[in-house]
Design a protein around this ligand. Sequence first.
Ligand SMILES: Cc1cc2nc3c(=O)[nH]c(=O)nc-3n(C[C@H](O)[C@H](O)[C@H](O)COP(=O)(O)OP(=O)(O)OC[C@H]3O[C@@H](n4cnc5c(N)ncnc54)[C@H](O)[C@@H]3O)c2cc1C
Ligand code: SF4
Ligand code: SF4
Length: 417
Amino acid sequence: MNTMTKQPILVVGAGITGVSAALEAAETGCDVILVEREPAIGGRVLRNHNYFPKLCPPACGMEINTRRLERNSRVRVLTNTRVTEANAGADGWSVKLASAPAYVNDRCTGCGECAKVCPAKVPDPHNLGMNETTAIRSPHVDAWPTTYTLDRSACPADCKACVEACKYEAIDLNASAKDETVSASSVVVATGWHPYPLEKLTELGGGELKNVIANVNMERMVAPTGPTEGKILKPSNGEPPKKVAFVQCAGSRDVNHLPYCSAVCCLASLKQAIYVREQLPEAEVTIYYIDRRAPGRNEDVLTRVAEMDGVKLVKGKVGKIEQGQGDGLKLRLEDVEAGQIVETEADMVVLATGMVSNLVNGDLPMNLTKDEDNFGLDSLEQKVIVAGVARRPEDVAACVRDATGAAAKSVIAARRA
Ligand SMILES: Cc1cc2nc3c(=O)[nH]c(=O)nc-3n(C[C@H](O)[C@H](O)[C@H](O)COP(=O)(O)OP(=O)(O)OC[C@H]3O[C@@H](n4cnc5c(N)ncnc54)[C@H](O)[C@@H]3O)c2cc1C
Ligand code: SF4
Ligand code: SF4
């Protein structure tokens, strides 16, 4: 029995923040509904190859959470589900949820026979569209639930190859969408972020020059299940780069793009410099930065990279990237310490693009209080708590701390008259 609150607590977004908040609220005795719009939980963290400060695979931490979820019957997890309407009342919230058709049901064992025969190809969303995958597939190797997902819009008319291949009768190509209305004592918003679009950084060659990629693409490239099976390769010709430049604050702390600091991009580039040097010991790495922000125990990563052979840290703001000789790149920057404008070259550039709040695009139809950068603010009166990157850009450790606070605050808000 739910002993803590009259109605369940609703958590929107099942990234590391939402999953942690849902589990902690449930472990205090509350019923929780955890809503995720994607087919699997875990959010953006699972797109990272390793994560700082320890540089371990993020799937380990998430696996501990999925075990906790499996053991805790208080959390109802709804994937492929969105909030379509939310109305506040005296006792909490009435929320309409829309779940996409379950073309593959929970009889699915993950055997993979359907994907082997599927003729339809789609850009792989887990790998940020850098490669193709089949219309029916596992969302990714660490996906939970493990049920396959199906992109029905990609299927040719009359194809039933997957249904015929499935021994478990787990596929229903005619499944329909489901709507339901739930009551919630309070709501935790943990909707996270998306990367600032590379294409908006035209002055840095984003979206135009093939060998200019974003930090999020680098994470997928270096992952063994990524588009290049873990190899760091120049998109122009599939060869390993010899000179890699990381451009910090690409579009961040810039009134023309994102006026704020995303708090993790310095650490992300330092981590990625380690990836490059470990895989390509001959490659030269230069990190162009305005400030080096590595607070707390993350400073160890900065010290480790600063001491590495083959890595240079240059205090300079890169203002322009253009095509150089062949498929090379020409960078124009202000070298702050030398006090001059200089030109330099690289054969691959990684732009440290920032994090944009998912509350920017109106995907969550709730009347939320937001700051000027579209990050959400708590409203105990409205019984809404905002946590993780939905609240402000931060790393995983801070998100998990935030989630614990959000779980406690959501119970307090739920119990307030
Ligand atoms: C290049 C890069 C590298 C990084 N590397 C590290 C690292 O090494 N170590 C580290 O600590 N941090 C790292 N970070 C930061 C880390 O990714 C974030 O701290 C983390 O993703 C935040 O988790 P979250 O749960 O708040 O948000 P997210 O991971 O974005 O999860 C939000 C979830 O909510 C879902 N959602 C969104 N809107 C809705 C909606 N309307 N309805 C239902 N569901 C919704 C999303 O689908 C998603 O599953 C890195 C960031 C970048 C950019
Ligand atoms: S849908 Fe059927 S064939 Fe496909 S992975 Fe699941 S059980 Fe196997
Ligand atoms: S019906 Fe769709 S998912 Fe199934 S095999 Fe055909 S194309 Fe693939």
